[in-house]
Design a binder for this molecule. Structure first.
Ligand code: PGA
Length: 249
């Protein structure tokens, strides 16, 4: 059975004191759930967050990592650095990394390979832009993102992959894919993986939806059979909203 997951992507928000405050509030209010709950503060607060959550079931995950083992990559963070502070999952390929930091499918393929070789679970993000959807190319774009970054992996590697389908037009815009649009794309993604690998791989991978998930729309989106949870941006910065979204799953 694939996992249900609710993950908060805090992006470049919250200093250390704010991080500790939000985590204390989240820990106090965390509902009973079978879902995995994750939070992703910025790099400099990962250590503080892992300490604050030492006795919690909430997992601290990274927003990114570099593909190289170590070396002259000013400003970057390696897989071993994450492992060294107890962070075992990394978001890779977020659309903001693709759009603002030039991360191409080829770079992302290298990051995924490094993460998996280090036993870092990979939350791989992908999704089409508005013009792709308007021109009817959204399935093609999503298929090529998957193919270019993930389809040279062995089937066994997929047990360490979580997918986050995030249509770019719905991120931070208040626009959400309708539950039907999310289900349609998630079913397409699963079918594409089944065709490339097999149904065991396709049925085993958790596919999260991301893009303006809020307390008011989470339950309906999560009720769709191929939606296994959410990657939450803005609403994960407010404890009551994030808790409501966790309850919705
Ligand atoms: P949002 O962000 O929930 O603020 O739209 C989602 C994401 O970028 O992961």
């Amino acid at each position: 059975m694939r996992s249900k997951i609710v993950a908060g992507n805090w992006k470049m928000n919250k200093n250390l004191a704010d991080t500790e405050t939000l985590l204390a509030e989240l820990s106090a209010k965390l509902p009973d759930t079978n879902a995995e709950v994750m939070v992703s503060p910025t790099y400099v607060n990962l250590v503080g967050a892992t300490r604050a959550l030492e006795n919690s079931t909430i997992e601290v995950i990274a927003q990114n990592m570099h593909f190289a083992e170590s070396g002259a990559f000013t400003g970057e963070i390696s897989a071993d650095m994450l492992l060294g502070i107890g962070v075992n999952t990394a978001i890779i390929g977020h659309s903001e990394r693709r759009a603002y930091f030039g991360e191409t499918d080829a770079i992302l393929a290298k990051k995924v390979a490094t993460a998996l070789s280090k036993n870092i679970r990979t939350m791989f993000c992908f999704g089409e832009e508005l013009e792709d959807r308007q021109s009817g190319n959204h399935f093609k774009v999503v298929e090529s993102q998957l193919k270019n970054a993930l389809f040279s992996l062995n089937a066994s590697a997929w047990s360490s992959i979580v997918l986050a389908y995030e249509p770019v037009w719905a991120i931070g815009t208040g626009e959400t894919a309708s539950p039907e649009q999310a289900q349609e794309m998630h079913a397409f993604i699963r079918k594409t993986i089944a065709e490339q690998y097999n149904t065991d791989v396709a049925d085993g991978v958790s596919i999260l939806y991301g893009g303006s998930v809020k307390p008011g729309n989470a339950a309906e989106i999560f009720s769709k059979p191929d939606v296994d949870g959410g990657l939450i941006g803005g609403a994960s910065l407010v404890a009551d909203d994030f808790v409501a979204i966790i309850k919705a799953i």
